[in-house]
Design a protein around this ligand. Structure first.
Ligand SMILES: [Zn+2]
Length: 402
């Protein structure tokens, strides 16, 4: 369907006006028109339409100007105008939240998942889960604006197809969006988990006021969600953000992809355990509490635990944190050279790295730039934590529908 130019302009203006109202509780129409540089009349028409849709409430009377005159009406976003579902298809569980339009969670639920059970059984379980949370929330089904689903693999978001989920035996070119849409009768959107994290940051996280940013998640694997000019970057083959296999060290550790020294293989949890195994027998670490806890005890270090021991002053933990932060910095400098983001948001267990880790990563990234543009590297830890993908999957519905 081709959208005519005036219709497109109307759509863009509507989005912009709604965005200002969402971000500025109780504002006036003249504030909106000043902020956007468009006429009072245009703003009035859009606000009136949004009011008819229930998305904006006229709420109270503001202060009159210094010159006096009629007091202006205040407008406000109505988060109860609709509801959204955000979900995550994980290998061992499927999670979902039902929220209002401000991402306030009304119902949250998770069910176990077995990738061996095949796509038909998994999709049928997803539908059941969505129906259950709609029922429990007691919302009217017609108020559900849509469902967002984050997956761990390659998707073609525009045609709603899951192209491939590694590790899952039979997920090749599955038209997930159409299947779920037919069952639930509402809009459905999919994307990979890293882009969902980005949508979550854009709508409800640290990138609310930033147009150019990326999220980085690292644990076993490593991936990014890339946003430029406020839009999620997909790439021709939907592979944008697959930064884990950029080779940083030709002599580095083996990577699952068959190469050596990929970004992922230099900073993931497997690398932490590898460095630990290489160094834990050395005399200089004989008093290390990390060694006492994890050597010969069949326990595997988690990233959060590494930082716990580091901040307790453990010398082996420091060696590992220093090495990981070195490669993290190099990786970030490479990506920053390409897209120059205003903000880099770390997700997952590395968001527990604290001030030292962040400082080291920034230092190492800045050292690797050819020019002295170090002040540009701005790294923060996500505050969305474990719900990042769920919140992001709910946010993609707002991105597409509002
Ligand atoms: Zn690799």
């Amino acid at each position: 369907m081709k959208i005519s130019k005036p219709e497109l302009i109307r759509k863009i203006n509507r989005k912009l006006v709604l965005d200002v109202i969402r971000k500025n509780p109780l504002c006036t129409k003249s504030y909106i028109s000043k902020k956007l540089g468009c006429s009072r009349q245009t703003v009035s028409i859009i606000v009136s339409n949004l009011n008819d849709e229930g998305l904006v409430l006229k709420n109270g009377i503001g202060e009159s100007t210094k010159e006096g005159g009629k007091k202006p009406a205040l407008v406000e976003f109505n988060p109860k105008a609709g509801y959204i579902i955000g979900s995550m298809l994980g290998r061992s569980s499927i999670g979902a939240i039902l929220t209002d339009l401000n991402a306030n969670i009304i119902v949250e639920k998770a069910i176990p998942n077995s990738i061996e059970s095949g796509h038909k059984a998994i999709i049928s379980n997803m539908v059941k889960l969505f129906e259950e949370i709609i029922k429990e929330s007691e919302i009217e089904k017609k108020k559900l604006l849509g469902v967002g689903i984050g997956v761990q693999g390659i998707v073609s978001p525009n045609d709603g197809i899951v192209v491939a989920l590694p590790h899952y035996p039979d997920w090749i070119n599955i038209p997930l969006v159409n299947i779920i849409k037919d069952e639930l009768g509402c809009e459905v959107f999919i994307d990979n988990e890293n882009r969902m994290r980005g949508y979550g940051e854009k709508w409800f996280g640290l990138a609310v006021n930033t147009d150019d940013f990326l999220t980085i998640y690292a644990k076993e694997g490593l991936g990014a969600g890339v946003f430029i000019n406020g839009k999620c970057v997909m790439g021709r083959n939907f592979l944008s953000g697959e930064i884990g296999h950029i080779r940083l060290d030709a002599d580095g550790p083996d990577c699952v992809c068959g190469n050596k020294g990929c970004f992922e293989s230099l900073v993931n949890v497997a690398r932490i355990r590898q460095i630990f195994n290489e160094k834990s027998g050395l005399d200089e670490f004989r008093d290390s509490l990390l060694v006492k806890k994890f050597k010969d005890n069949n326990l595997e270090i988690m990233i959060e635990e590494l930082f716990d021991y580091f901040y307790k002053g453990d010398n082996l933990a420091k060696l590992i944190v220093d090495e990981i932060s070195y490669w993290f910095g190099i990786g970030i400098s490479v990506i920053s050279s390409v897209i120059d983001p205003g903000l880099i948001i770390i997700h997952g267990p590395y968001s527990f790295g604290g001030d030292y880790f962040k400082k080291k990563v920034i230092e190492n990234a800045e050292k690797n730039f050819l020019l002295n543009i170090s002040k540009e590297v701005n790294i923060v830890y996500s505050k969305l934590e474990k719900k990042a993908v769920l919140i992001g999957s709910a946010s993609i519905v707002l991105e597409k529908v509002l």
